[in-house]
Design a protein around this ligand. Sequence first.
Ligand code: TYD
Ligand code: MG
Length: 465
Amino acid sequence: MVKLATLFVCQSCGTSHGKWAGRCEACGGWNSLVEESADSGPVSTKPKARPRSSRGIAFHDLQSTEPPLPRMQTNIAEFDRVCGGGIVPGSALLIGGDPGIGKSTLLLQAAAALSKNGAKVAYVSGEEAIDQVRSRARRLGLEGAHVMLATETALGPILDSLKHEKPDFVVIDSIQTLWSDALGAAPGSVSQVRACAQELTRFAKKRNCAVVLVGHVTKDGQIAGPRVIEHMVDSVLYFEGERGHQFRILRAVKNRFGPTDEIGVFEMSDAGLREVTNPSALFLDGREDCATGTAVFAGIEGTRPVLTEIQALVAPAAFGTARRAVIGWDSSRLAMVLAVLETRCGFSFGGKDVYLNVAGGLKVSEPAADLAVAAALISSALDLPLPPKAVVYGEIALSGEIRPVSRIGARLKEANKLGFKHAVGPLGRNTEKAERNLGCTIAKMVKLSDLIDLIDTRESVAARE
Ligand code: TYD
Ligand code: MG
């Protein structure tokens, strides 16, 4: 009797293991291994004998004689910019995000906008009934848009209909609900998600139809996350935000046709997602200038400068072990800034809880935020405010030196626009030129101890009193 081999596949990173374990050795995820039969690959991928008279492959020039097809514009500027200036015909796009963050809302708005611009658009939902999608469209005021709507989870019929209808743009909501009958695995498992994504990507290229796959990010590993298909698609966008905030951020993490790390900012309202064209003003809304423990970071998100408020609280530890809690920034980076402050400047955080928060739900990943984080921490620990109307930027080296950062001009111009006339930053090649051109004053930091001296001056003591 032939015994079917089984594999244990991690549902979060896709690695196969020979035997079950509580923790995936590759990604470190707990309880993410699920049994799948080893023969569950697509039937067509079984090795075939190579035909004797192979056709070979055709080679082409790099230069094309035909002009490239124009990108499809949704005219939702935040969405188009994150895609690199519109959607490329025939491309495959993955939009990942937590359940309930607003992926379906965004894509229904984008689909309706494209149809208004003359594109033939289809929306295939595997999660909601036709009436549910219709009621969302009504809520968004889009019921008049020409979007072909379908609810289906079987891949075969979806592909057949798409081949027949020949749309320019298709939304598949979501990839985790699809299943292909060529496989024995359950819908949502790594094999199914991979196989369906591969088929749809191939379809996109062959038929020149842009395909958008929606993928839920799951933390419990019950269904395969979008990470297992990131390498197949042309662009990967993540839709993120805190549930408690109405801001939503669309971030490009991979883009074969444009820059990555670009962000689009939206606000979730009663009538769907609204674009936020000036995110700095939104993130700084309601800020009190002389509060202690806050610093305004002049950051760059993709191609755009964005100001955000960094808040810190240094409090006596209530229990034996001190807590470090971070929202919107990397916790190991916070540990590094604390260690540099302790070792190079003699600033002790022992026996103290440290809380750090980036206001507005934005996730900052730039190292240039180091100095703003340090400024907020020092300001909270000393209970002294930072100089008023000042933005902060700069990278901290392990030696305690402050390193220059890129695009100072863009950072300061944005600060100027919002009424910040002062800056605290590293001494770099372009610092003086920027100061002269923009008419702002920069407190130039060489070492981290300079920042402590700046905050702990008589003026800031006076401002507090
Ligand atoms: P949805 O697009 O269904 O999320 P996802 O597809 O990522 O799971 O959005 C669901 C949330 O958005 C839901 O909590 C309600 C909220 N919402 C609004 O606040 N306003 C609206 O106009 C719409 C359509 C949804
Ligand atoms: Mg949805």
